[in-house]
Design a protein around this ligand. Sequence first.
Ligand SMILES: NC(=O)CC[C@H](N)C(=O)O
Length: 363
Amino acid sequence: MERQLILEDGTVFIGEGFGSELETVGEVVFNTGMTGYQEILSDPSYCGQMVTLTYPLIGNYGVNRDDFESIQPSIKALIVREAADLPSNFRSELTIDELLKQKNIPGLAGIDTRKLTRLIRKHGTLKGKITGMQADVEEVAKSLKAKVLPVNQVAQVSTPTPYPSPGRGKRVVLVDFGMKHGILRELNRRDCDVIVVPYNTSAADILSFHPDGVMLSNGPGDPKNVPEAIETVNELLGQVPIFGICLGHQLFALACGADTFKLKFGHRGSNHPVKELQTGNVHITAQNHGYTVDPASIVSAPLDITHVALNDGTVEGLRHKTAPAFSVQYHPEASPGPEDANGLFEEFMEMMEQFLKEELVNA
Ligand SMILES: NC(=O)CC[C@H](N)C(=O)O
């Protein structure tokens, strides 16, 4: 069925609807990964966003049982050049169309995704609506312009109650701001005894689990929309080793007195080069973020910049000057990949071990 994507600036893309027939409004962003559509559409950090994929053929290896990054995808819509309806892969269980129908997510195929991406790069992320052909373009564009998108996405995707993911090793409290399964998978692989807690858990409640370390997950939206978490991270500083990823990194920065701002069109893809300043090593990383830490604000914060993006020089990693705490803007858990930065989980394990030793010495 013919459907259209209307943007707030009045641009229209007419294509073929697939998946759900729902009408939907969201922030339109693009991801440049050549593979990984299943992980992208189930990454809770995309909550409230419509994602266009620049790779032209999506769905060609189907959807499998294992590669989801959350149980319930919270992406608003998927926009593609071509949706493959005959996937070919031994793991494939569903087509992309079947999955989107099952999860009630609209898809739009057959549009010029290159043109859409260039538009977003030029004007910055735009609000958009996927709707039927009868909609009045001018009216929709006007109402989109005036529309304020919801800001409570973290509350929507975080777990409502704590739950354990047991292991015999280090006890890690994982604060769930919209966690990708990949983070839990990496901690479990290292035999961590993980307790996943809601985003608004207090520092006292986190410490009551006697953790060896605290992990701050990725998540959707503006980090400034979760002030309670900034407060919590601030209280935890110095008391327990902390490792933050993406939204967790931004919350860590804000908790240390630094600032964040919104990028024009963000970083979303699987091949973003990041340089580690100390060694000069470059890692190719998976990224998905619209906000970033302001480097000018770090000068007066107790933080060192450890990593920078090679494409645009933005901050990609931070370390606290005195407390055992560090964070990265990119995704060491990869999912879909690449896995260059996976060693950061080892660094976290070592940091927890070191902290424990120092505590024993000082006891
Ligand atoms: N993947 C993430 O955690 C994204 C963080 C934040 N929502 C941003 O867009 O910058």
